[in-house]
Design a protein around this ligand. Structure first.
Ligand code: BGC
Length: 314
């Protein structure tokens, strides 16, 4: 997703995602080196798998390691770097783009031929809906997400620290120094992770070394779509409400952006220039038996939906 135009409180359209004016921005050595995954469709596995290894049905699999000792966002050539079949269309809900990709058995170390279909819909009522589905011929972990960086000020502000965020989550997954979950689900109450009521991103970010880069455990993680986040940007009045069928959301505040990338309209992307809300299963689930399972079995169809609803507050 390279551009997303959304009206502000005066009805003026602005581009609220980070990215580049053309494809060469995504192919530059600086971009490849820093690997921010602007607007990317992430797979096979969103976030990290510890040591790039897991055991499934008695067999140990070794994945590509592309984040220190760990596997991140699908590996060296994840779904963000492959060519998808793209088919524009429309449905009752709105304009659609259907993306299809066949991931071969053994790709980046994963078992099974995986067929993935992702439909992006721009709805009549100012929402972006993403519907993911996948099937496999061998048991395999799958965790698909979208890695768009939002800045609802649409370039009016260089960072997202004034955005007010609510996350309906009483707990988050505690991580070690390499951002691998320890298995503990810790209460957010009384900490800088408590977004059960609205807080500006910048209000307590200094208490979190590096910034937010954690998975929140959504309270209403039941069947069907439930709220994942609400965001309000005071300058523009823009709001975004995220709902999902997924049990978690990675709230990442662009901590690794360092000004080395210049994006659309000559904007320099410094630290916290955008934030991601990656709806997902929890990081490293293949090695965490107590986390909701990410295993897709042959004969099953994975289905996952996330909706980003836009609006304004006057
Ligand atoms: C991860 C970060 C990582 C970033 C890559 C996020 O989803 O949680 O740790 O650096 O993606 O841009």
């Amino acid at each position: 997703m390279t551009s997303l135009l959304v009206p502000d409180k005066a009805g003026k359209l602005g581009d609220i995602v980070l990215g580049f004016d053309n494809v060469s921005g995504y192919q530059s050595p600086e971009y490849q080196k820093s690997g921010p995954y602007f607007g990317a469709l992430i797979g096979r596995y969103g976030n990290r798998i510890a040591k790039g290894q897991f055991t499934l049905e008695g067999k140990t699999y070794t994945l590509a390691k592309n984040n220190g000792p760990n596997h991140l966002h699908g590996g060296l050539k994840g779904f963000d770097k492959v060519i998808w079949q793209a088919e524009p269309g429309s449905s009752a809900a709105g304009q659609t783009l259907k993306l299809t990709y066949q991931s071969k058995d053994g790709e980046e170390g994963y078992p099974g031929n995986l067929t993935v279909t992702v439909v992006y819909t721009l709805t009549q009522d100012d929402a972006l809906q993403i519907d993911y589905s996948a099937t496999t011929d061998k048991a395999t972990p799958v965790n698909l997400t979208n890695h768009s960086y939002f800045n609802l000020s649409a370039g009016q502000r260089p960072d997202v620290l004034a955005h007010q965020v609510t996350l309906p989550a009483d707990r988050y997954t505690v991580v070690d120094a390499d951002l691998i979950p320890t298995g503990e689900l810790r209460a957010v109450k009384g900490t800088a992770f408590d977004f059960t009521t609205a807080h500006a991103i910048g209000e307590r970010i200094a208490q979190v070394p590096g910034g937010y880069d954690h998975n929140w455990v959504l309270n209403a993680a039941t069947e069907g779509q439930h709220p994942a986040a609400t965001v309000y940007e005071p300058t523009s009045g823009r709001t975004m409400q995220v709902s999902t069928t997924e049990p978690g959301v990675q709230f990442y505040t662009g901590n690794f952006l360092d000004g080395s990338l210049t994006g659309k309209g000559g904007r320099v992307y410094g630290k916290h220039a955008g934030f991601c809300l990656e709806t997902q299963h929890f990081p490293d689930s293949p090695n965490q038996p107590k986390f909701p399972s990410t295993t897709l079995q042959p004969g099953q169809t994975l289905r996952s939906t996330t909706t980003y609803q836009f609006g304004v507050r006057k």
